[in-house]
Design a protein around this ligand. Structure first.
Ligand SMILES: NC(=O)c1ccc[n+]([C@@H]2O[C@H](COP(=O)([O-])OP(=O)(O)OC[C@H]3O[C@@H](n4cnc5c(N)ncnc54)[C@H](O)[C@@H]3O)[C@@H](O)[C@H]2O)c1
Ligand SMILES: CC(C)[C@H](C(=O)O)[C@@H](O)C(=O)O
Ligand SMILES: [Mg+2]
Length: 361
């Protein structure tokens, strides 16, 4: 059976890193006869330039047809104005909500070879393996009303609304409890229940769900403390579940524990496990087109796609082992480079993964 993969390179370093991930997936596809069929479409600033909108209908319909989507990154100073880009119905947010991709899995895993690149001391971060489960289609990103209004005084007021209903909380909670069950049985729900009603409800629903998962140990933590605990003693966490905005912020923080934002892959899944996969970082306009971006988060996102959307565990594992090999060889893009390792560019890193892959297929 043929499986359609849609590549959405997007903006900035997006095309640089997607080129490498596409080559790696293409190689695995050929060698293992995976039956993947590749498609590509425009999103973000590239789509605004070509079609006048960040999420053209053509892209959306091809996204609906794809079994898995691999996105590079979107955005840049020219397009970040809210009217153009990150509206609930446009660009990346439009893709996420249009496809119902509510469950965002962001694994922060420290490859032992990168301990010295971590922002934390090796002994504090050694063995790090955390899964952040972020709700992705609700919360303050999507709540209505929103906008900027002019008050009677003539002054303007910006409005966003933080809301979650019980079923939204329950369905992301289930994903998190199930993940914790398959891992080490520990789940920490992160909220601001001492201040925000919506997250007090979040906590109540998580407590309710915990009764169905007696084998999972549920704890709760306020988000400010969690931000601190992540850099004090990150190994206390196994699975974390949290809302859209807290998850966005905490996952960038967790990325630095693994060495770089360029190491953190992600999966965004809907109820039928259709998925969009992307590195957690952005379009990095400061290094775009300079052969400096780390392509590993994107390549690892490709591996997550093979695993979650297509059930191709063998091929996914082989890509992950190939990434481990190139790190073992000492190859490093600038973001994870340290003394005694070999500085390489985006292309050389991608090519090295591709060569290493052969030994695992
Ligand atoms: N999922 C996405 O597409 C996504 C995510 C975050 C930000 N953005 C967008 O990206 C643009 C830039 O945002 P930003 O600067 O806040 O965040 P960013 O993640 O693009 O960059 C932050 C810093 O991390 C570095 N960096 C990011 N990815 C890297 C990689 N793979 N290898 C090496 N270094 C890397 C950048 O060079 C920069 O110094 C904005 O338009 C923003 O809206 C998009
Ligand atoms: C670009 C932006 C809309 C996005 C988010 O906030 O979800 C990004 O930061 C991410 O982490 O994927
Ligand atoms: Mg983010």
């Amino acid at each position: 059976m043929t499986q359609r993969v849609l590549f959405l390179p997007g903006d900035g370093i997006g095309p640089d890193i997607i080129e490498q991930a596409r080559a790696v997936l293409g190689h695995a596809n050929e060698r293992l006869s995976l039956g993947l069929d590749f498609d590509e479409a425009l999103v973000g600033g590239a789509a605004i330039e070509a079609a006048g909108t960040a999420l053209p209908d053509d892209t959306m319909s091809r996204a609906r047809e794809a079994g898995g989507i691999l996105l590079g990154a979107v955005g840049g100073p020219k397009w970040d104005h809210l009217e153009m880009a990150n509206r609930p119905e446009k660009g990346l947010l439009g893709l996420r909500s249009g496809l119902g991709l509510f469950a965002n899995l962001r694994p922060a895993f420290l490859y032992p070879q990168l301990a010295e690149a971590s922002s934390l001391r090796p002994e504090v971060v050694s063995g790090l393996d955390i899964l952040i489960v972020r709700e992705l289609t609700g919360g303050i990103y999507f709540g209505q009303p929103r906008g900027v209004e002019t008050l009677e005084s003539g002054e303007r007021e910006g409005i966003n609304t933080y809301r979650y209903n019980e079923s939204e909380i329950r369905r992301i909670g289930r994903v998190a409890f199930e993940s914790a069950r398959q891992r080490n049985g520990r789940l920490c729900s992160i909220d601001k229940a001492n201040v925000l009603e919506v997250t007090a409800l979040w906590r109540e629903v998580m407590e309710d769900l915990a009764r169905e998962y007696p084998d999972v140990e549920l704890s709760h933590m306020y988000v400010d403390n969690a931000a601190m605990q992540l850099v004090r003693d990150p190994n206390q966490f196994d699975v974390i579940v949290t809302g859209n905005m807290f998850g966005d912020i905490l996952s960038d923080e967790a990325a630095m524990l693994t060495g770089s934002i360029g190491m953190l892959p992600s999966a965004a899944l809907n109820e039928s496990k259709q998925g969009m996969y992307e590195p957690c970082h952005g379009s990095a306009p400061d290094i775009a087109g300079q052969d400096k971006a780390n392509p590993l988060a994107t390549i690892l996102s490709g591996a997550m796609m093979l695993r979650y959307s297509f059930g191709m565990e063998g091929a996914a594992g082989a890509i992950e082992k190939a990434v481990q090999d190139v790190l073992e060889q000492g190859l490093r893009t600038p973001d994870i480079h340290f003394e005694g390792t070999q500085l390489v560019g985006t292309r050389a890193m991608g090519e090295a993964v591709l060569s290493a892959l052969d030994t695992h297929l």
